[in-house]
Design a protein around this ligand. Sequence first.
Ligand code: R5P
Length: 300
Amino acid sequence: MLLLVDPYYDGLGFRVAKSLNVKLVSLVHKVFPDGESYFRIVDDVSGEKVVCLVSVFPEQDKGVLRAIFLSRTLKELGAEKVIIVFPYFPYARQDKRFLPGECVSARIVAEAVFSAGADYIVTIDVHSEDVFKPFGSRFINVRASEAWAGYIKSVYNLEDVFLIAPDKGRINYIGSIASLLGVPYSGFEKVRDLITGEIKKHEPIDPRMFEDLVNSKRIAILLDDIISTGGTAAKVAKRLREEFDGRIIAGFTHGLFLPGSVEKLIKAGVDEIISTDTVKNSFSKVTVADLIANTIRKLV
Ligand code: R5P
């Protein structure tokens, strides 16, 4: 097995390489004056199983194109198997035709990468798995629950902790982390304006459970798959802060942290921000390297 590390984010690449203890493929990469990219795979990859770790944030389109170029070139050079790892899957939130005529971009990205030659796509905490079902076992979504549970256990006193899901869609996932930790959890649901569909506020799904937790615990850990503008997490944290005077920790698997997002969290009363290392950011404390490495070991 060989590992090709994306030149744009080698921090996670380094950790995956150490965890897998594999040889790296040498890649020459440059950008021409007109902005087009050049790649050359220097090593012999014929008959090899090659894992490519591709970072897609902040330049999603270029990341997708890198995955396509590398998959096809590796196959043309005789690689036996190509596994594309997108630690953060690009366009994952555009997973339905919400309005007539829209691109279902999440599915099209996966189709393009498979058509280019990838045998598998591996990703972490994809926004929703449904759109990828047509790809069967070739599309592998790894939940970061073990990484989150390991980190939370190592840092906080679990007696004080409860987990919060920001919306109904995440409640089962947060429940699975809570059960790994043996801590309670609760969730919020979005209250929409029935006329405009706009999210007006977030309210606890189970108000009695919520009351009980805010009155008995000292640390609330709000976990979401993505932070982008920070709007969702800030609304939930603000609502939580109305009733909770303990520490509020906001954790995100994919920390995009667009400008202004951190400010929103601070204003909402968040005390600490943490994220995994699927995307390069200054709040990465939880690594997904071992989860990626373990998944790859099962595939090769
Ligand atoms: C929504 O369904 C997602 O799980 C995230 O809550 C959302 O994408 C976060 O985006 P933002 O930070 O812009 O509110």
